[in-house]
Design a protein around this ligand. Sequence first.
Ligand SMILES: Nc1ncnc2c1ncn2[C@@H]1O[C@H](COP(=O)(O)OP(=O)(O)OP(=O)(O)O)[C@@H](O)[C@H]1O
Ligand SMILES: *[C@@H]1O[C@H](CO)[C@@H](O)[C@H](O)[C@H]1NC(C)=O
Ligand SMILES: *[C@@H]1O[C@H](CO)[C@@H](O)[C@H](O)[C@H]1NC(C)=O
Ligand SMILES: *[C@@H]1O[C@H](CO)[C@@H](O)[C@H](O)[C@H]1NC(C)=O
Ligand SMILES: *[C@@H]1O[C@H](CO)[C@@H](O)[C@H](O)[C@H]1NC(C)=O
Ligand SMILES: *[C@@H]1O[C@H](CO)[C@@H](O)[C@H](O)[C@H]1NC(C)=O
Ligand SMILES: *[C@@H]1O[C@H](CO)[C@@H](O)[C@H](O)[C@H]1NC(C)=O
Length: 677
Amino acid sequence: MAVFDMKSAPLMILELLLVSLGLTIAPFSAEENNDHWFVYSGFANASLTLDNTASITPSGLLELTNGTVMSMGHAFYPTPLRLRDSPNSTVQSFSASFVFGIISIYDDLSSHGLAMLIAPSRTLSALPVQYLGLLSGSNDGNKSNHIFAVELDTYQNSEFKDINNNHIGIDINSMTSVQSNPAGFFHDQDGTFENLTLSSKEAMRVWVEYDRENTQIDVTMAPLAIVKPKRPTVSTIQNLSDVLTDVAYVGFSSSTGKIHTQHYVLGWSFAMNGPAPSIDLSMLPKLPRHHHKSRRSWVLETVLPIATAALLLSLGVVAFLLVRRHVRYAEIREDWELEFGPHRFSYKDLFHATGGFENKNLLGIGGFGRVYKGELPRSRLKIAVKRVSHDSKQGMKEFIAEIVSIGRLQNRNLVQLLGYCRRKGELLLVYEYMPNGSLDKYLHNAKEGNSALSWAQRFRIIKGIASGLLYLHEEWEKVVVHRDIKGSNVLLDSEMNGRLGDFGLARLYDHGVDPQTTHVVGTIGYLAPKLARGGNATPLTDVFSFGMFVLEVTCGQRPVRHENVQDSQLMLVDWVLDKVREGSFGATMDARLEGKYDIGEAYLALKIGLLCSHPFASERPTMRQVIQYLDGEIEAPDLSFEVLASMQSEGIDPYLISYPLSTECFSTTSNVVSGGR
Ligand SMILES: Nc1ncnc2c1ncn2[C@@H]1O[C@H](COP(=O)(O)OP(=O)(O)OP(=O)(O)O)[C@@H](O)[C@H]1O
Ligand SMILES: *[C@@H]1O[C@H](CO)[C@@H](O)[C@H](O)[C@H]1NC(C)=O
Ligand SMILES: *[C@@H]1O[C@H](CO)[C@@H](O)[C@H](O)[C@H]1NC(C)=O
Ligand SMILES: *[C@@H]1O[C@H](CO)[C@@H](O)[C@H](O)[C@H]1NC(C)=O
Ligand SMILES: *[C@@H]1O[C@H](CO)[C@@H](O)[C@H](O)[C@H]1NC(C)=O
Ligand SMILES: *[C@@H]1O[C@H](CO)[C@@H](O)[C@H](O)[C@H]1NC(C)=O
Ligand SMILES: *[C@@H]1O[C@H](CO)[C@@H](O)[C@H](O)[C@H]1NC(C)=O
């Protein structure tokens, strides 16, 4: 069966004519015929169905995301494909190839990724960030999605069992890939695997092939200069006849999280029952170039000294030492920073403390950047250095003033900020080192051999985080809204006390590219409903996230429950509400506690978790009240039947369930409460 399209017949005739004359067809535009195939070598004048941030640039690049944080974009081939050649037969073979490029403000860190997909409709009920614009918390894993996708994922989401932050995965109806492999390819000659970095800012090619006979899916990737490798990067057997609808759309989806990233497709081809036509690489538009300081410093550090040394060895060595000293440790200092003098670290010290930012000292990679372990040379103090890429001066002064002054006043439930250092395009934040890492690991990654936390430890962590948050909200001269409270932002010190990290960082990103618009930053699942819809970040939106956090710690589950799709209750809070209403609150407790917990405290924690995550901000307690409940100074209000009913009927989760979600939700102005009180 042919793809039905008004212009296909004349074009086909033209095509046949040109092909018979040995000419190639205008490579910029899509051509198709009754065997349904098309090829775009560049997208100038292409009529794709685009939404959200997706657009076609004047040079003919398909730009899926434009660098806006927490956004997504889709592009679909306008005419649907008929995947089965007769109504009751199986899905036919198909193959596709495309050339993509990912440009992030970081050198090798980006969020989140892109995917080529086949779906029954061009409007997906999808979310950005970790969902890549493909799915959402409420439909992840549901067979009625009928979605097949190949994801190029540059962020490791443990909830989807991602293998690393640079992989290719085959997704069937779920963000948890059925098969995945680190990005790269196998050499034809000797079968060795070569890694490729998806976010390398270089264009790379991907082939996706489905074979009807043995239902094999092969995904192959290679740099443009390499012909298609024989061995696919990822391969799996999945009968797509059980997945895809008869009529379906093929396209791309992409999303960003906290890191300003642009996702591009340069060319694309597709064919049913045959190899995808080849894309004319010489016609492809160019990816935008980003001038990176690292390039210049590399020239200065390596090429320049070597050249000099070749001319005059002795002078060269001297020059090298001087230049290296100058460039390697170059920093930015401005007049306004004088007052923060004592909190200013020299880059040289940090460089030596972390062994030159060596990979073996890498503690982890978060949404804001890499975190390295180090030891200060003189004081032998153990530190954690977070390298945050930041190009804009906008907001830097306020931000540094704020974090330094929070750092001055010490609170034992905040991760102490010791100081900072600035370089061109980069901010380095120096924190005290937390030997036990993040709480997240203990709650969700049982396999890494982390012993489960006892109830007493959990309750102490909840209390600690509550008082850290109270400090930010009320006990300091300004109101600081944390905005990203979650298990992974809680670190554990040597005595397993919970300490809140990353405060204020979300705020820095408000001042990203465009000073006029600010963005809500946070993590889906912990965002208060109003905030997710573009409301203001206030202490009460933090209280909501805190409520989610308390439930996370108590129940040992993430706020969005991915494990159990059969269970209709997707949001942890809904599920807890139901259990509490049934009176079986014991069932909500983390199984790893093995029933060993103080019933009074556990019930209190659940109550506080539920009260804090009330859909109406006005019904949530303040952090001061929460502390009073936790300390038993005031009895927490009982969860009366009315309270429970109001939470449920208002829909605890209007945000995650309601869709389609537009990116407007993420780009409306949100002012931080930061004025004095
Ligand atoms: N002060 C610290 N001491 C010890 N380890 C730390 C410290 N700060 C961060 N880490 C480690 O570095 C990793 C990355 O931290 P980071 O806060 O950047 O990311 P995250 O919280 O996982 O993600 P996100 O940026 O999305 O909040 C964490 O998993 C944590 O284990
Ligand atoms: C694209 O459209 C513009 C204006 O509509 C035209 O000038 C140009 O020649 C077209 N390019 C191709 C490749 O068809
Ligand atoms: C990105 O796209 C969105 C939606 O079309 C738009 O509002 C925004 O201004 C764009 N941003 C940039 C930097 O182009
Ligand atoms: C095809 O499927 C439809 C609905 O499932 C069924 O009614 C019909 O009999 C089938 N036709 C053939 C030829 O098997
Ligand atoms: C490829 O990267 C992985 C981790 O990302 C690493 O373990 C492996 O050694 C690398 N392989 C090569 C050949 O560099
Ligand atoms: C794939 O599934 C379809 C329908 O479920 C079935 O008819 C077909 O035989 C299957 N193909 C293979 C190779 O198992
Ligand atoms: C799957 O999605 C369908 C349609 O949206 C819905 O009716 C069904 O309840 C969902 N199933 C599960 C297990 O969530």
